[in-house]
Design a protein around this ligand. Structure first.
Ligand code: MN3
Length: 288
């Protein structure tokens, strides 16, 4: 079993060298440096959570605890039906090799089972600390957890949406209500594609490109978020389509060429999922 896996990896490495023209050792070195940096950030946030000391402080009063905390758990609940603290890795609806050649199976597997799972593990730890802080009525500790919950809850929600936004034998142009909304909001599909691609390629450092639905004006908008900041909390838009532009999503296959990765994403967009999300968001905004 281990031998088969090694052989498989070595074939992938050869393919990678052919595709990119770069020696696998160099790719590995760069990738390891990126992964180490990401791991360091996550470790720092995890020890930040561990370091929050819950005390018997003042009694929690309404309006003092950030409403963003409850909002984030309600968004997770709406997406996955998960109660606060009971979070698990949602299985993909396709195999890890199903999105080839647009995403390497190795990237899909690591991204799903290591990165996404990592956010879930840390979210559970942060939630435990939150329960402890609530029991002690420690408003300071509750609010101190906000950045950690934002990162890990956002990481869980963003990836969950992202996996459903892709499918094998997908891509092309949208149809249904969301196609009309795209034409209305951006002029044409091509104009939307250009704007979404430019915004996603242009995210500084790690983050996400999104199309969201604005319940206030009943229109679509393109927005970007840093790190794992959730779209709804940051911009007030309901997420319909998200693109992960963290290097862990593409580096192994495309090195630093984020624009190529964004271009390839259009071949796997699951427009029927995006349309379903659009119709649900609209229904909810209309109050039925
Ligand atoms: Mn990711």
């Amino acid at each position: 079993m281990a031998d088969a896996k090694e052989a498989y990896i070595s074939i992938l490495e050869k393919k990678l060298a052919e595709l990119t023209g770069i020696e696998v050792d160099q790719i590995k070195k760069n990738q390891l440096a990126n992964a180490a940096d990401e791991a360091r950030v996550i470790r720092e946030m995890a020890s930040y959570v561990e370091g929050i000391v819950v005390q018997q402080a003042g009694v929690a009063q309404a309006g003092l605890v950030s409403p963003q905390i409850a909002a984030m758990f309600s968004h997770i609940n709406a997406e996955l039906g998960e109660a606060r603290g009971a979070h698990a890795l949602p299985p993909l609806k396709y195999d890890y090799d199903a999105l080839e050649p647009h995403a390497l199976p190795m990237i899909m597997e690591i991204h799903h089972t290591k990165h996404h799972q990592g956010y879930i593990n840390n979210l559970i730890a942060a939630t435990k600390k939150l329960v402890e802080a609530e029991a002690a009525n420690d408003v300071g500790a509750m609010n101190a957890l906000l950045p950690a919950i934002k990162k890990f809850n956002g990481g869980h929600l963003n990836h969950t949406i992202f996996w459903t936004n892709m499918a094998p034998d997908a891509g092309g142009e949208p149809s249904g209500a969301v196609a009309d909304a795209i034409n209305e909001s951006f002029g044409s599909f091509q104009s939307f594609k250009d704007k979404f691609s430019a915004a996603s390629v242009g995210v500084k450092g790690s983050g996400w490109g999104w199309i969201g639905y604005c319940p206030k004006n009943d229109k679509l908008a393109i927005a970007t978020c840093q790190n794992q900041d959730p779209l709804q909390l940051t911009h007030g838009l309901v997420p319909l389509l998200g693109l992960d532009v963290w290097e862990h999503a593409y580096y192994l296959q495309r090195k630093n060429l984020r624009a190529d990765y964004v271009k390839a994403f259009f071949n796997v967009i699951n427009w029927s999922n995006v349309n379903e999300r659009y119709e649900n968001a609209r229904r909810k905004a209309a109050g039925h």
